[in-house]
Design a protein around this ligand. Structure first.
Ligand SMILES: Nc1ncnc2c1ncn2[C@@H]1O[C@H](COP(=O)(O)OP(=O)(O)O)[C@@H](O)[C@H]1O
Ligand SMILES: [Mg+2]
Length: 237
């Protein structure tokens, strides 16, 4: 008899309301190591709220979040990130006045706990530089390394955000509408990159645009379209 593997991520009966508006209602999901899942729902359905609950940006009213079998419901965002939970944002959170390389250097420094020494890291820290260049190479961004983020087309900024999430060495990666704001002629770049990520990372892609979900490349073993739930509605009084 084979033992059931511990899921990379487990969400159990998560609930969250904003005042009278119940947004997350008894949401449960499981991601095994290496899973590829898409969670779909229209604008306002509560997708970003769910990501915020999983990553600890918001506290649930009830329910639990487990990462590799450990209950992290009451653990801070920073510790969750250190334990291997990374996300990207619907609207990117990059330092637009810094170069791509500096953005990555700061992330790597933060991850390794020497952020205070990282403000001018790139010219002097060969190890950080090499690691950052590896991520950029994997995402075909090497040519943009020394450009300011704000100089890049939005589609490439979204790739930088994925590079930053990867620099956290995640075991679970939550991508909140990674192609949002990107012209459809460029969004295939993002979807290809997502499809080529380390097969051991469990990935949940959150999306409202069904076109994007249906355009996810089919090389991955299972891009399951998890489910769509209806728009949040206030509880009738
Ligand atoms: N911090 C908040 N305070 C109050 N209402 C919120 C907050 N965050 C989200 N909401 C509401 O929760 C609902 C779901 O929002 P959101 O999770 O951003 O949806 P989605 O990402 O699916 O578009 C919306 O009605 C939104 O206005
Ligand atoms: Mg959202």
């Amino acid at each position: 008899m084979t033992a059931t593997p511990t899921p990379a991520l487990e969400v159990q009966g998560l609930n969250r309301a904003f005042g009278a508006l119940p947004v997350t209602r008894d949401v449960s999901l499981t991601l095994q190591k290496g899973a590829r899942r898409a969670l779909i729902g229209p604008n306002g359905a509560g997708k970003t709220t769910l990501v915020n609950l999983i990553t600890g940006a918001l506290k649930p009213n009830s329910g639990r979040v487990l990462l590799n079998g450990e209950d992290i419901t009451n653990v801070s965002q920073t510790v969750r990130a250190r334990r291997g939970l990374a996300r990207t944002f619907q609207i990117n959170q990059l330092f637009r006045g810094l170069t791509v390389l500096e953005n990555l250097g700061l992330t790597i420094g933060e991850r390794d706990g020497h952020a205070n020494n990282m403000w001018r890291p790139i010219g002097i820290n060969r190890v950080v530089l090499d690691e950052a260049l590896d991520y950029l190479d994997a995402l075909r961004l090497t040519g943009d390394a020394l450009k300011l983020v704000r100089e890049l087309p939005y589609g490439r900024q979204r790739l930088v955000e994925i590079a930053i999430a990867l620099a956290q060495k995640p075991r679970v990666l939550l991508l909140d509408e990674p192609a949002a704001g990107v012209p459809s002629s460029e969004s295939h770049l993002i979807l290809d990159v997502v499809d080529r990520l380390d097969p051991d990372i469990a990935i949940l892609i959150i999306e409202h645009d069904m076109d994007v979900v249906y355009r996810l490349p089919r090389r991955s073993p299972c891009w399951c379209r998890a489910r769509c739930w209806s728009k949040a509605r206030p509880t009738p009084s």
